[in-house]
Design a protein around this ligand. Structure first.
Ligand code: PDD
Length: 280
């Protein structure tokens, strides 16, 4: 069965969803996206994702289709996929207003598509026993709060992690942990959970927000405070969070064991609470 893609107002077979070679998404990475999980037939925090899409669009002066249209498109591809658990991708670029030109076009018709896919979930071994991470200098731009399709440095970081036999790359900027290549990052020291504060150097992850709320509810002390690399190495626990990764324990960083080298109690409590939230 060919996948159905929502493409600029219509549902079409995958092969028919093609864009111009001069789409600004292709020429300038002039576009934004969201990835939303569905569990058991229902979207998880779709409104948070749509709000973030609106913020991303405003930051890059991109006219968005209406939120009703985007919501309907995401629901449309999800329903047509026949999946109960899915990862729904939606992307909007500034379209192809004419020959390549740096300045923003006066009038642009966005290119918008959405597709629902089976979930690229992490290996159950890594979920149960923890994954490995390596640190990478964070050379990305200073607008990481925008969910831009300009992901080359994230992509290179992820590949560097895989090349090193690890599963995730953790970005370090000015000596502190910012986030993962496709995740937010947390450490636990003496029972206190720490994660980089919101701002231009991290994506305000939806999963991160859920984790922070769960931590509060569980009485775990939380600080939105940058973690220096030395503290990361000395942390009792480390984990990452993301729409596809959920809550994933990290048991080694740059080849050094984190804590006792297996998922710690705070991570396990949060991972379990997160799983419960996805079933609620
Ligand atoms: N990435 N930080 C970065 C750089 C990310 O790309 C992502 C998600 C996150 C986690 O955000 P959230 O919890 O809202 O998924 C943090 C998506 C899943 C991706 O690019 O596929």
């Amino acid at each position: 069965m060919s996948e159905t893609v929502y493409f600029n107002g219509a549902y079409v077979p995958y092969e028919q969803a093609v864009v111009s070679v001069e789409d600004r998404g292709m020429l300038f990475a002039d576009g934004i996206y969201e990835v939303v999980r569905a569990y058991g037939g229902r979207f998880f925090h779709i409104e948070g994702h749509l709000e973030r899409l609106v913020t991303s669009a405003a930051e890059i002066r991109l006219p968005l289709p209406s939120l009703d249209e985007l919501r309907a498109a995401m629901a449309g591809v999800f329903e047509r996929s026949g999946l109960r658990d899915a990862s729904v991708y939606v992307q909007v670029t500034r379209g192809h207003p004419g020959p390549r030109a740096h300045a923003l076009p006066v009038r642009a018709t966005p290119t918008c598509f959405a597709v629902a896919r089976p979930v690229p979930a992490p290996d159950p071994m890594h979920v149960a026993h923890g994954a490995a991470a390596v640190t990478i200098p964070d050379r990305r731009w200073h607008m990481c709060h925008v969910k831009s399709v300009g992901l080359l440095l994230n992509s290179l970081a992820k590949q560097a992690a895989l090349d090193a036999g690890a599963q995730e790359a953790l970005f370090v900027r000015d000596g502190v942990l910012t986030e993962g290549s496709a995740t937010n990052a947390f450490s636990v020291t003496n029972g206190t959970l720490r994660t980089h504060p919101d701002g231009p150097h991290i994506l305000p992850g939806i999963t991160r927000q859920v984790v922070l709320e769960l931590a509060e509810r569980l009485g775990i002390s939380v600080r939105q405070q940058a973690v220096p690399l030395a503290d990361l190495y000395a942390a009792d626990e480390v984990f990452v969070s993301g729409t596809n990764s959920e809550v994933l324990p990290i048991v080694s960083v740059d080849g050094r064991a984190v804590g006792a080298g297996h998922p710690g109690p705070v991570t396990r409590r949060l991972a379990e609470a997160f799983r419960d939230a996805t079933r609620a």
